[in-house]
Design a protein. Structure first.
Length: 149
């Protein structure tokens, strides 16, 4: 019986998505569409319902996008669509969350989180998109993806 329980616990652990130790507890303010990168163009990896508990792993320096872990997925959401838990209260986007500043490095992020996803087969195309978007982002400025949204 003990061996079966241990085997089940080990098997279950293989499917649990864990957040880094520095993650900050947070909540979805609306229905979240979790993306495979910090842009609306990246594939959707999951969803979170309004009020759902998430872990905020970190945000880009301008807080436009945050790397989050939901109950079953890891990916990127708009910073303004989440709240952090700070000193027992929910605080809005832009407040002092004490969340780490992170960057998005396409290759390592996708390799660590999406190898088993169907869209990973198109990794070369998405990586090209990432490099093109990054070049365009620096040319036009950081707000280009916020226009009209």
């Amino acid at each position: 019986m003990m061996k079966k329980t241990l085997a089940a616990a080990v098997a279950l652990g293989a499917f649990v998505v864990t957040a880094p130790a520095s993650a900050v507890p947070g909540y979805a303010t609306g229905r979240l569409e979790v993306r495979a990168g910090p842009d609306h163009d990246y594939p959707t990896v999951g969803f979170a319902r309004p009020g759902s508990r998430i872990e905020i792993n970190g945000c880009l320096r301008d807080w436009s996008w945050c790397d989050v872990t939901t109950r079953s997925d890891r990916g990127w959401v708009r910073g303004r669509e989440i709240q952090a838990e700070y000193r027992g209260r929910r605080v809005a986007y832009g407040s002092p969350w004490h969340t780490p500043v992170v960057s998005f490095t396409f290759g390592s992020y996708w390799d660590n989180h999406y190898r088993n996803r169907p869209f990973y087969r198109e990794r070369v195309r998405w990586e090209r998109h990432y490099h093109d978007r990054d070049r365009d982002h620096h040319r036009r400025g950081p707000d280009r993806h916020d226009r009209g949204r």
